[in-house]
Design a protein around this ligand. Structure first.
Ligand SMILES: [Fe+2]
Ligand SMILES: [Fe+2]
Length: 203
């Protein structure tokens, strides 16, 4: 079978994207694995965020785009980013642990209050540094009027808005990295019947 020039280009682009995503997933998992592998973080799979995306999937997607922005800033402007804190903060930025779609639970102001709830929960369940706390509590800027104190918080806030938009309009920008992260969890645990949320294969 002979491929046309256009087909060869499409194929090369496809593999380039896959390699980039594979490296991103590896980096993301390495930096965030103490959170990703914790039973506490897995609870986020029970709650829906935007559209059909779970909170866990949303947080993985936000960590991915935060890392992508960080790589770009480092490469183009030589701006140093604390990528460990960036990933950990992104993974926990929506750790509010309730279904915000359910009415009558005092969640009417979810958009304004959930960063504080997420920080309280995350501070209880994980050992956080100042950057990670800042990322979580200020990720809704400018909806909440608290200016991020660290560049990592600005990055996560930006990535969060992009992912929310993509998820709401069902644009697939993160299914591969979510698959890779879940695969890494299964490999690490040696448990292939792990709960993948809605995308799981039956064991
Ligand atoms: Fe949020
Ligand atoms: Fe978010």
């Amino acid at each position: 079978m002979t491929l046309s020039k256009h087909e060869r280009y499409e194929l090369a682009l496809h593999f380039a994207k896959r390699i980039t995503e594979y490296r991103l997933a590896k980096d993301l998992f390495t930096r965030g694995k103490s959170i990703i592998l914790s039973p506490e973080a897995q609870v986020m799979k029970r709650f829906t965020q935007h559209g059909e995306t779970t909170v866990f999937e949303h947080c993985v997607a936000v960590a991915k785009y935060s890392l992508l922005i960080a790589y770009s800033l480092e490469k183009l402007f030589r701006i140093e980013i604390d990528k460990d804190s960036l990933v950990r903060g992104a993974l926990l930025h929506d750790y509010f642990l309730y279904d915000w779609h359910e009415k009558g639970q005092g969640r009417r102001f979810h958009g304004f209050t959930h960063p504080g709830v997420a920080l309280k929960n995350a501070d209880r369940d994980f050992d956080l540094n100042e950057i990670e706390k800042d990322i979580i509590v200020k990720h809704m800027f400018p909806l909440t009027p608290f200016l991020p104190s660290h560049r990592e918080s600005f990055i996560v806030s930006l990535a969060d808005k992009w992912c929310a938009l993509a998820e709401t309009f069902k644009i697939d920008v993160s299914s591969y990295i979510i698959y890779r992260v879940n695969f890494s969890i299964a490999l690490t645990n040696g448990d292939y019947s792990i709960d993948y949320g809605e995308t799981v294969a039956e064991s």
